[in-house]
Write a protein that binds this ligand. Structure first.
Ligand SMILES: [Fe+2]
Length: 236
């Protein structure tokens, strides 16, 4: 009897503790909503095409895992960091231009959340070479489309380990470069700065299932799925 009574007491205590914790969280959430209604939350964009739409350049299983697992985790983790660390920036711009003051969790997952949303949009099935103002800007900055591709490929291939290759607009100039891990050119800590126009994910999770260690083949085939219309929108 004594043992049963003790168990009942422990169970009741646990229930009471759980209720208190939940009550505190609700009170805290309610207060947070009232005090800073515009605090940034990252959200995952809907994939603008089917998961198999970029085949054969990017296979459906890679897209499924990359979008559904890796990207989803970055979104959840950055929002967890925003809540846990009371990060009050209202915009992505403010978040990234102050990222040097944030935790590694916020920086890495914030970058991962934003970079992948960007990456999905600058790809589409059935790419052709750029035309119009994008072609003019690329020719003006790099001499020709082939020279641009060569320089961008070089940036993607020489990024040691995990990271991203970028084409950015910095003032009136276009620049190519790369960033480590999930850093991006919007971050105050980034050596490469500017408005991103195009990005390529060179983490192994982006290509390993299909290409294994052959990053060069992944990069070469990726040109077949670049969405130049999206690049043009960002160049305006
Ligand atoms: Fe990725």
């Amino acid at each position: 009897m004594k043992s049963i009574s003790r168990r009942k007491f422990v169970n009741q205590s646990l229930k009471a503790t759980a209720f208190t914790v939940i009550g505190t969280q609700l009170a805290h959430a309610s207060y947070a909503e009232e005090s800073s209604p515009a605090t940034l939350q990252f959200s995952q964009i809907k994939l603008p095409y089917a998961q198999n739409a970029l085949e054969p350049s990017i296979d459906a299983l890679t897209m499924e895992i990359h979008y559904g697992k890796h990207h989803t985790a970055y979104i959840k983790n950055v929002n967890d960091a925003i809540a846990a660390e009371n990060i009050t920036h209202a915009t992505e711009k403010d978040f990234f231009t102050n990222v040097s003051k944030l935790s590694a969790k916020a920086r890495n997952n914030g970058g991962g959340a934003w970079n992948h949303n960007f990456f999905w949009q600058v790809m589409a099935p059935g790419s052709a070479a750029p035309t119009g103002k994008v072609a003019d800007a690329i020719n003006g900055a790099f001499g020709s489309f082939d020279k641009f591709k060569e320089q961008f490929t070089q940036a993607a291939m020489t990024r040691f380990g995990s990271g991203w290759a970028w084409l950015v607009k910095d003032g009136n100039t276009l620049k190519i470069g790369s960033t480590p891990n999930q850093d991006n050119p919007l971050m105050d800590i980034s050596d490469l700065k500017g408005t991103p126009l195009l990005a390529l994910d060179v983490w192994e999770h982006a290509y390993y299932l299909k290409y294994q260690n052959k990053r060069n083949e992944y990069v070469a085939n990726w040109w077949n799925v670049v969405n130049w219309n999206e690049v043009a929108k960002r160049l305006s």
